[in-house]
Design a protein around this ligand. Structure first.
Ligand code: AHM
Ligand code: MG
Length: 335
């Protein structure tokens, strides 16, 4: 039973029996993410103080400039997840290829997909950023080298997913398919405490989160839905809130009720967000909290991925708001 003020460590041990293939590895894996999260949190907190903000000049596979903290967070998570005889491979938004981890004893059953520091363009302006992670069991035989197919699983195969938000406080929110729990870091003693047990997203909300600057490029269905959100009728107009930091936008909407949309557009034909590192884990968490997530038409978790850095449109949030938005996308003029 989850209870407020329980530490994350206690919670992990107590809930170990819930895991489908319980031998303790998944608990140890989440424990190592907890450890890396503390270190990254500490570094993010120092960003304004030491000379680690700014860009390295290198670009990642998507052609975006990487910042130093991205690299630091990436290294930290990779280092922490390696050499623990749990993980056989890691795919990161910051790495072109997946990273195989030697599994001599055939013990490493899990692959981890990670966006180590999402929304990192917000660091320079002191806005919250986050880490997103997603965990699967490998599908290829233990003891053999990890393969691309171990990573290209549909989101409905996730065994756990979570995010860490480096906001006014640092929180770790995760699910193993038995609801969603949130833990807040007490930085004085370096311990995460249960602060948000059994998180549920309200079925209705009044927040819509979309980068409206791209309005002219959006599909007609999204344009029409935005106009619907703005119309004075019933509980509308809704409030517009868009931080541009996925973890923060989704976290707020889970707590308050709302919808997040990053659609395809005439300038981003596939959308922007990555299916494996961003959409799948967020979709799993939001569904576990009672909401839903789709690409506007199809459930995110049922999409069969075809490449590691695949992008997709992302609609995610309160159940009833999602239904209305998807209705707008069904109209023959919506595309
Ligand atoms: P990143 O992975 O390069 O940081 O980009 C992802 C971020 C999300 O956090 C955010 O929701 C989105 O990009 C914002 O994009 P835009 O500035 O186009 O609205
Ligand atoms: Mg990202």
């Amino acid at each position: 039973m989850s209870r407020k003020n329980q530490t994350l460590g206690e919670f992990i041990i107590e809930n170990q029996k819930e895991f489908q293939y319980t031998t303790g590895e998944l608990s140890r894996l989440i424990n190592s993410i907890r450890l890396a999260a503390k270190v990254v949190s500490h570094e993010v907190r120092k960003a304004g103080l030491v000379d680690i903000i700014g860009e390295t000049g290198e670009t990642n596979i998507q052609g975006e400039t990487q910042q130093k903290l991205d690299i630091l967070a990436n290294d930290m998570f990779i280092k922490t997840l390696t050499n623990r005889e749990i993980v056989c491979g890691i795919a990161s938004e910051e790495n072109d290829e997946f990273i195989p981890i030697e599994d001599r004893n055939g013990k490493n059953k899990y692959v981890v997909l990670i966006d180590p520091l999402d929304g990192s363009s917000n660091i320079d302006v002191n806005v919250s950023v986050g880490t997103i992670f997603s965990i699967y069991r490998r599908v290829t035989p233990p003891g053999t080298p990890v393969q691309q197919e171990d990573f290209l699983q549909p989101g409905n195969q996730q065994v756990a997913a979570g995010y860490i938000i480096y906001g006014t406080s640092t929180m770790l929110v995760y699910t193993t398919g038995y609801g969603v729990n949130g833990f807040t870091l007490n930085p004085a003693i370096g311990t995460f405490y249960m602060s948000h047990p059994d998180m549920k997203i309200p079925e209705n909300g009044n927040i819509y989160s979309v980068n409206e600057g791209n309005y002219v490029h959006f599909p007609q269905g999204v344009k029409d839905y935005i106009k619907y959100c703005q119309k004075e009728e019933g509980d509308r107009p809704y409030t517009s809130r868009y931080i541009g930091s996925l973890v923060s936008d989704i976290h707020r909407n889970i707590l308050k009720g709302g919808i997040y949309i990053y659609p395809t557009s005439s300038i981003k034909a596939q959308g922007k967000l990555r299916l494996l590192y961003e959409c799948n884990p967020m979709a799993f968490i939001v569904e576990q909290a009672g909401g839903s997530a789709s690409d506007g038409h199809k459930r995110i978790l049922d999409i069969e991925p075809s490449e590691l850095h695949e992008r997709c449109a992302f609609f995610c949030g309160s159940k009833n708001m999602m239904e209305t938005a998807e209705d707008f996308m069904k109209s023959p003029l919506a595309k």
